[in-house]
Design a protein around this ligand. Structure first.
Ligand code: PYC
Length: 317
């Protein structure tokens, strides 16, 4: 493990309710040329720092970190590795929107287009004058429709396995998804996640499904659906989840319920909204996600050598 730096400077934001902490200074240089190599280096050599930056007592379980790196590709602006309370994420939709608004806040970006390299691939983002951000995500796909899993206490649960930058098990429900019920929703989706793993249900090539999404009826009159997304690490997404909305749109398309270009307005458990649509490009399904983020503060994190919680702790599990 690399020694702790004396301080890390970060900019905090929230995207439709979900926090992002963008590390802008102080993180030791990551080994590796590609974003996948750099992500592996972060996991191998900087895992305690990951936890120190996003977990309690400096952060909390719902916080997603974003580490800026040099770009992998010469035509990209920067690289970014997303991480949370238990590890790294392939891509992160709300986090990308947070990164774009943070770069603007820092004076490193004006309205226009930007390309960001992530471990899941390169994503593009467009920042409008009014702060609206549109991301062009990595391709999304469906791996399996109507996959059954037996869940102790819940019985047989059927869902769709889809990818949108992370792997999702998406369950369609008619029940109201309300903030008052998050404890129960988290418990049930956690049980589903555990059962998927125990029964060897995976994404393509054995990829671990690390997000469980409940997709239910909207509360807002301008939304098509409301979701609850359990993230790896036990926290739920306060935003409509960019990668989850991408995966959900892949399922809708596979079921003949969404055509390219058609808008899908995804409401979150907190009542915030992303607008998404699909584009077909050379046989791939490209999701576009539109949302807003706001900078909430700048922070300098300190890591005293005698602090027993210097490396943070996770409360969610
Ligand atoms: O917006 O893609 C997303 C995301 C993943 C985990 C939390 N947010």
């Amino acid at each position: 493990m690399t020694p702790f730096p004396s301080a890390i400077r970060a900019v905090d934001s929230h995207t439709e309710g979900e926090p992002t902490r963008v590390v802008v200074e102080g993180w030791p240089v990551l080994a590796g040329r590609t974003m996948l190599e750099r992500r592996d280096a972060l996991v191998r050599q900087h895992d305690q720092l990951r936890s120190a930056v996003v977990c309690e007592p400096r952060g909390h379980d719902a916080m997603v970190g974003a580490l800026l790196t040099p770009p992998e590709h010469s035509d990209s602006t920067a690289g970014v590795i997303f991480f949370n309370n238990v590890g790294c994420l392939g891509m992160c939709g709300h986090g990308t929107i947070g990164v774009v608004r943070t770069l603007q806040w820092l004076g490193r970006l004006t309205a226009g287009a930007v390309r960001l390299d992530t471990p899941a691939g390169t994503v593009e983002a467009r920042l409008d004058d009014d702060g609206l951000v549109t991301i062009t995500n990595v391709p999304c796909l469906v791996h399996a429709l109507d996959q059954a899993v037996d869940v102790p206490g819940l019985g047989r649960v059927t869902g769709d396995i889809a990818y949108g930058g992370n792997w999702f098990f998406i369950i369609h429900t008619d029940e109201p998804l309300t903030l008052a019920r998050v404890g129960d929703l988290a418990q049930r989706t956690e049980a589903i996640m555990t059962s998927l793993e125990a029964q060897g249900v995976t994404g393509a090539d054995g990829a671990r499904i690390d997000h469980v999404e409940l997709s239910g009826p909207p509360e807002r009159s301008d939304a098509d659906s409301r979701n609850f997304v359990l993230c790896p690490g036990g926290a739920y997404d306060r935003s409509p989840c960019g990668t989850g909305t991408s995966a959900r749109m892949a399922v809708l398309q596979a079921r003949g319920l969404l055509t390219p270009g058609q808008r899908w307005r995804q409401e979150s458990i907190t009542g915030s909204l992303f607008t998404g649509w699909l584009e077909e490009c050379d046989g791939a399904l490209i999701p576009h996600i539109q949302g807003r983020a706001w900078v909430t503060g700048e922070v300098t994190l300190a890591f005293a050598a005698d602090d027993p919680f210097r490396a943070g702790f996770t409360a969610a599990r």
